[in-house]
Unconditional design. Structure first.
Length: 268
């Protein structure tokens, strides 16, 4: 699992800590930690906790360590496939991402693991624009959960322009948030025929700081239901206007407030 070692090294370097400094803080030897980071040895739960304590309380690092611990301990149902997909992305292979749409948890774990690896981000960006709809939406989902500002802008613009990937992403968000069967979620995503409780639940995704794609879907669906649920829509869209960091998401939010659906002119 060399990607785990790579991620631990990247987190240590991002915190400005040398391997020797980490050894002093954790009590593990420098050579042992070096073997962990090069992939010669597999980290234990205790090592991950030691890294987490030593590197400080940072949102991105908290998510990183949670994802790594889940992969290692097998606590994530999709942990094995996530690790396999990371290996494929590192090797510039898209095979696994073309076969079936990945889950929110899988995308989140992969996004964390590849977020500091520029070649992986470049490959995902390329695949998001090419290949079949499954590959495009999977690549978008991983990029959306990478925590990278530029990726959030790119994914938002892509979802606006790519009708097939957009429908798959919207369906996945509706299915996850409402606990709806896939076909029912797809129908709701196409028609936006939500009742008030459903649209309130969808509106909550506008604050999903770990998934720029889910935020885009929330803004889009809430905007489409503004006539039926003006109270929920107006509050949600104005809240997004004040907190959203992505330029492209703010742009789409502005369209929603103006009653414009830009996807109608983007191949929807």
């Amino acid at each position: 699992m060399s990607e785990m070692g790579d991620s631990l090294r990247a987190a240590r370097e991002a915190a400005g800590l040398s391997l020797s400094g980490l050894a002093r803080r954790t009590g593990y030897s420098r050579s042992y930690l070096g073997n962990i980071e090069t992939g010669t040895k597999q980290p234990t739960p205790g090592v991950l906790r030691a890294y987490e304590r030593a590197l400080g309380d940072d949102v991105h690092r908290r998510e990183l360590f949670a994802g790594l611990a889940g992969l290692m301990a097998g606590t994530m149902a999709d942990g094995d496939i996530a690790a396999d997909i990371v290996r494929d992305i590192i090797a510039e292979r898209s095979r696994l991402l073309t076969t079936a749409q990945t889950s929110h948890a899988t995308d989140k774990t992969i996004g964390i693991l590849v977020s500091r690896q520029t070649p992986c981000i470049a490959s995902l960006g390329k695949w998001m624009r090419t290949g079949n709809p499954t590959l495009r939406v999977n690549a978008a989902g991983i990029l959306a959960k990478s925590g990278l500002h530029d990726a959030a802008n790119t994914v938002a613009a892509h979802l606006c322009a790519d009708a097939d990937a957009r429908q798959l992403y919207l369906t996945a968000v509706v299915a996850r948030v409402l606990g709806a069967p896939w076909d029912d979620a797809g129908h709701l995503a196409r028609t936006a025929s939500f009742d008030e409780q459903q649209i309130k639940a969808i509106a909550g995704e506008v604050a999903n700081s770990y998934d720029a794609g889910a935020r885009w879907c929330s803004i889009h669906l809430v905007g489409r239901t503004r006539k039926e649920h003006p109270g929920v829509a107006n509050v949600t869209l104005h809240q997004a206007l004040s907190r959203e960091p992505s330029r492209e998401l703010l742009r789409h939010n502005g369209f929603a407030l103006a009653g414009i659906d830009p996807t109608i002119h983007k191949g929807a």
